[in-house]
Design a protein around this ligand. Structure first.
Ligand code: URA
Length: 210
């Protein structure tokens, strides 16, 4: 992907996102819409996957038909909210390998600390798509991408539902080689680090924890 930031302005994505933002939207509907949007965003982020051809037989004759080239994708969910995007993307790319990165914020240093890291082998040969619905400060996203690079990944893309300008800037500074695909770029972060207008805490909204 050539652009650092791609905003998917497809009407279906925008309509679904509006319903997700509304505070009265139920957990069940929120999760279902996230799954649907994740597939539309995945369509965009996988647009330029390398292709090759394979000889197949249709009922009428042989043909050289297009198929995906190279090793299977690696999808990396940044816990816990990343799992809401992961499910839908995995439905679209069922043979993808899956990894998880768990980070929490140290309340004293405010820095992200890793508590879980399990990723597929051969990251260096795969397109790696990291998923996390909310790109807010960008601190945990940048840290997760650092870890993926340390584990060998060289071709990484970042998929999110909503981004704040602060998060996009942080990622651009730390990882200019990692294209971001999102459904919307919101106004800003508030004093608590929430994206505004946003949709609240994505994890709470998808898991009903608040
Ligand atoms: N994480 C969320 O879930 N929501 C925000 O607005 C920011 C970070």
């Amino acid at each position: 992907m050539s652009q650092h930031l791609t905003i998917v302005e497809h009407p279906l994505v925008q309509h679904k996102l509006t319903i997700m933002r509304q505070k009265e939207t139920s957990t069940a509907v929120f999760r279902q819409l996230l799954r649907e949007i994740s597939q539309l965003l995945a369509y965009e982020i996988t647009r330029e996957l390398p292709m090759t051809t394979r000889t197949i037989d249709t009922p009428l004759q042989p043909m050289e038909a297009p198929v995906l080239d190279g090793k299977k994708l690696a999808l990396i969910s940044i816990l816990r909210a990343g799992n809401g995007l992961l499910d839908g993307v995995l439905e679209l790319v069922p043979s993808a390998r899956v990894g998880f990165v768990g980070l929490y914020r140290d309340e004293e240093t405010l820095k992200p600390v890793q508590y879980y890291f399990k990723v597929p082998e051969g990251l260096d040969d795969r397109l790696v798509i990291a998923v996390d619905p909310m790109l807010a400060t960008g601190n945990s996203s940048a840290a997760a991408v650092d870890m993926l690079k340390k584990a060998g990944a060289t071709n990484i893309r970042f998929l999110c539902l909503l981004a704040a300008p602060e998060g996009v800037a942080r990622m651009k500074e730390a990882h200019p080689d990692v294209p971001i695909v999102t459904a919307a770029l919101d106004e800003r972060l508030n004093e608590k680090g929430y994206i505004v207008p946003g949709l609240g805490d994505a994890g709470d909204r998808m898991f009903g924890t608040k």
